[in-house]
Design a protein around this ligand. Structure first.
Ligand code: ZN
Length: 472
């Protein structure tokens, strides 16, 4: 079964075939590190990390790059307000990004390049564009000449006139065309700057991503992803710069996720409705946040609301409890000799559906549905059977562990740690009680039995010692 993805360049679902067999070159636009990331920023980071893990699960080697934009107007203004250097500001919020991403279960990328660490490569790319007649220098600024690149507007599916009427473009008498954009900006007083053939200055935002992507992943990459707000002008400009410089296709599949709304409104500083990941995680577990993010198709808008998050909290509990019951049953329930075909078939069918859904333009909501169906089938089975079909339950365990490895929505590792801790505590109390019984301290033995009963642990004294089990 092959993966199909909706390509914003062609406006259709396409079968994904990487440039090089079994290897995927994947670039995601990362955060501008001037503040804590908010839940809207987190949506693409969570989603595309999961797409990458799904590809790895399918056997691809994925080289996954997510950058940090560590120099731009927002960085400069914020550093000025805080009275620190732009570099200190970047360090502070890169650390904060990793704290938030780790807490949310977002895996580290193969590389997390910082724009300011790629200044020589950026300068080289700008020089190439000037040499090829796609960029011009005025007073220490360098602009990309959109009229020199016939494909401009291809990603947005709009002509220059349409783009111009739709965009808020400041009239700048220095530019040849209003849509021309800065590749290099001459230094203004008090701003950080680097030496270049055009004098002291700093790179424009768009060229940074192209330079990092080309230098780390190559001139043609498989997937470039980001929020849909980046489609124009950021990604349109990235195509123009990269393809004008190399003469090659820059990106084979362009993928964009939909907006995250807050209580049906777009998040914005002016509305004051921005929710940082940190704030969200004071109220909701990382797994609940992830389940919420996966509950809609990635290209659709998603509404962040208390109701939706509470729903996700309930869903997380159902999944985790389902997992706990399953692993407890596998360890403690008596085994059945013959196989339960109906259970086995349901588990196989849900796993097949899980794969189909993720392979159909990364339908995470559908894949989640399949995981829940498996948990429900196992729950029903365990409620109806005292003796269990070990092999089928192990299949379910393997499938759910796979779901967790790709989507990170059960937290098995942590649950097992807690479970191990509980088991050793129970076993300690059981042996303490046996000792008390031998010493005829029945009061103490009964007290321990009661204490365990409160935790839902049932004791059974047999001639071979005490057996314990969890009340179902
Ligand atoms: Zn970018």
């Amino acid at each position: 079964m092959s993966l199909s993805l909706y390509n914003d360049l062609t406006h259709q679902k396409e079968i994904f075939t990487p440039l090089e067999e079994r290897k995927v070159r994947f670039y995601v636009c990362g955060p501008t590190v001037y503040d804590y990331i908010h839940v809207g920023n987190a949506r693409p980071f969570i989603l595309f990390d999961i797409l990458r893990r799904h590809m790895e699960d399918m056997g691809y080697e994925v080289v996954y790059v997510q950058n940090f934009t560590d120099i731009d107007d927002k960085m400069i203004n914020k550093a000025r307000n805080l009275g620190i250097s732009v570099d200190e500001l970047a360090e502070r919020f890169i650390t904060a990004y990793f704290e938030d991403a780790d807490a949310l279960g977002i895996q580290r990328a193969t590389a997390h390049p910082r724009a300011t660490h790629y200044i020589p490569q950026i300068i080289k790319l700008v020089e190439r564009l000037i040499e090829r007649g796609h960029a011009y220098v005025i007073d220490g600024d360098v602009y990309f000449d959109v009229l020199s690149f016939p494909g401009y507007g291809r990603l947005s599916k709009q002509s220059l006139e349409e783009l111009l009427s739709g965009a808020r473009v400041e009239i700048d008498p220095k530019k040849k065309h209003p849509l021309d954009f800065a590749l290099w900006k001459a230094q203004k007083l008090g701003e950080p700057a680097w030496n270049s053939p055009w004098g002291m200055g700093r790179p424009g935002w768009h060229i940074e991503c192209s330079a990092m992507a080309i230098n780390i992943l190559g001139e043609t990459i498989d997937i470039h992803a980001g929020g849909s707000d980046l489609l124009f002008p950021h990604h349109e400009n990235e195509i123009a710069q990269a393809e004008a410089a190399t003469g090659k296709t820059f990106v084979r599949y362009w993928i964009h996720n939909g907006y995250l709304l807050i209580e049906e409104e777009k998040m914005s500083k002016s509305l004051g409705n921005i929710v940082s990941v940190r704030e969200a995680m004071k109220l909701y577990s990382p797994i609940a946040v992830r389940l919420f993010m996966l509950s809609a198709h990635y290209r659709s808008p998603l509404n962040f609301s208390g109701e939706a998050l509470n729903h996700a909290v309930g869903a997380a509990e159902r999944l985790q409890n389902g997992w706990k019951e399953l692993s407890f049953a596998l360890r403690h329930r008596p085994r059945k000799k013959e196989r339960d075909d109906a259970l086995r078939e349901t588990i196989e069918a849900t796993e097949a559906r899980y794969e189909e859904e993720l392979n159909d333009d990364f339908n995470t909501a559908g894949a989640l549905g399949a995981a829940f169906e498996c948990v429900r089938a196992v729950n029903t089975y365990l409620a109806q059977h005292e003796e269990v079909d070990e092999e089928s339950l192990m299949e379910a365990e393997r499938f759910l562990a796979r779901v967790d490895r790709v989507m990170g929505i059960i937290g098995i590792e942590r649950l097992n740690d807690i479970d191990d801790l509980m088991t050793s505590e129970i076993e300690r109390l059981v042996s303490e009680r046996e000792k008390a019984r031998k010493e005829k301290d029945f009061k103490k033995a009964d007290a321990i039995r009661e204490e365990l009963a409160k935790k839902g642990i049932i004791l059974e004294d047999t001639p071979h010692g005490t057996r314990w089990s969890k009340a179902m």
